[in-house]
Ligand binder design. Structure first.
Ligand code: ZN
Length: 422
């Protein structure tokens, strides 16, 4: 549906028509620039689908509430319509505008704005539609139950964790340490159909196969290292925090997915209208940290498969995996993982050290139109456009979902073996 309203910029008094399309979400945040003075205007559209007792209202009674910081609301009669009148379209259910951010003097009545944007996807529109539909039909209540189950597991309230899991998963936790594994796998299976699969999962499984053919016990060297060093729990906590953030920020992921499927020619004309740059930076930073663990595990796997031992690095100055795991910087790990061309390129592209360092040192700024990130870190200037940044964020989300399932299951297997006396 489209909410059409009339506004005047508080800075330059230019009036404009604003169309906000919306679909399934209650709360829509967006950002755009005044068509005349270009100052940033932040908007929020809230839709009331239900009465206070939770009953779903019929569509004609859905209430919309639109607020724009830095602009005044006008009535239709207060707007002068001529060739210079600016029409601004925001797709709040997919906060993207393809080329027609501001149209002067005309409304485009043929398609709704979302349909217009979807048309950019060409043949991929059905795949995209399927994926986004998946996220909108996510059982949010199930996710809350999963979070509670994991929290109960952390509090060592195992009976509670088991009974909560029983409501959302077909897997029955036979033992208490199975809870985290079931939470991880269920979470991943809920989100992977939306963000897409980790393209190198096959390579990971090949590594495991090769290790099994070399020496069965090798397979458990790495997870044992994580458990023995006491790092396992903090890694899992970070993962579960991240999975929650990914679900809360499904709109950002929708944009990334859209860009991923867009033809190259359309990509350049995209304007992203979402208003959560700060949040996006924080999630990217967390994704980098969580993926760093994955990169280090790959380095260990390559040591075993390529040189026959976890401590055998392809660099002479690193002597043992434990110390490497505890102390390696992201740069060292990324340099080492380039030993495998495919995996190396994947992580070096998506885990962008320059952006990650600049975010960690709080030296990244969005340009006023929100379409570019600029940073200066250690005197070095770096710019990246927002769509490219979101693609990296999507890449890291795909690997982390795969990794969460792998990691929680590694923990289960190792603990199973230990509790069965090896
Ligand atoms: Zn203005």
């Amino acid at each position: 549906m489209v909410d059409r309203s009339f506004w005047k910029c508080a800075g330059c008094s230019t009036s404009f028509v604003l169309r906000v399309s919306w679909a399934y979400n209650v709360d829509h945040l967006f950002r755009f620039n005044c068509p005349s003075c270009k100052s940033e205007l932040d908007g929020q559209l809230v839709i009331n689908f239900r009465t206070t007792d939770g009953t779903l209202l019929p569509p004609e009674r859905w209430d919309t509430f639109l607020r724009i910081e830095g602009a005044q609301k006008l009535t239709e009669s207060q707007v002068v319509f001529n060739e210079q009148t600016a029409w601004i379209t925001i797709f709040s259910d997919l906060p993207i505008d393809a080329a027609h951010h501001v149209q002067r003097g005309k409304d485009v009545p043929l398609y709704g704005p979302t349909m217009f944007t979807m048309a950019c996807l060409d043949k991929k529109v059905f795949e995209y539609g399927k994926r986004t539909e998946h996220i909108y039909s996510l059982p949010e209540n199930d996710i809350k139950v999963l979070k509670s189950a994991f929290n109960a597991f952390k509090r060592k309230d195992l009976e509670n964790a088991k009974s909560l899991l029983d409501k959302v998963s077909f897997s029955v936790p036979k033992k208490s340490h199975h809870v985290a594994s079931i939470c991880g796998i269920t979470y991943s299976s809920i989100l992977i159909p939306f963000v897409g699969p980790f393209v190198h999962s096959g390579i990971y499984l090949e590594f495991i196969d090769k290790m099994l053919s070399l020496d069965k016990m090798n397979t458990f060297v790495i997870p044992k290292q994580l458990i023995d060093s006491g790092r396992f729990e903090s890694i899992l906590n970070l993962h579960f925090e991240l999975l929650g953030s990914l679900i809360d920020n499904k709109l950002i992921l929708s944009i990334a997915l859209f860009i991923d499927m867009c033809p190259e020619a359309v990509r350049e004309s995209l304007v992203i209208t979402a208003n959560y740059p700060e949040l996006v930076l924080r999630i990217y930073e967390q994704l980098c940290e969580a993926n760093h663990t994955f990169v280090k595990i790959f380095v260990g796997l390559m040591n075993i498969v390529n040189r026959g031992g976890i401590h055998r690095f392809n660099r002479t100055n690193i002597k043992d995996f434990g110390t490497f795991f505890e102390r390696a910087t992201i740069s060292t790990s990324l340099d080492l993982v380039t030993e495998h061309p495919g995996i190396g390129e994947y992580f070096n592209t998506n885990l962008d050290r320059k952006i990650r360092n600049a975010i960690a040192h709080r030296s990244v700024q969005f340009t006023p139109n929100g379409q570019t990130l600029n940073s200066t870190f250690s005197g070095e200037k770096y710019s990246i456009d927002y769509p490219t940044f979101l693609m990296k964020l999507l890449g890291l989300s795909q690997s982390i979902l795969f990794f969460t399932a792998v990691l929680t299951d590694m923990n289960r297997i190792v603990t199973d073996i230990a509790s069965n006396g090896g």
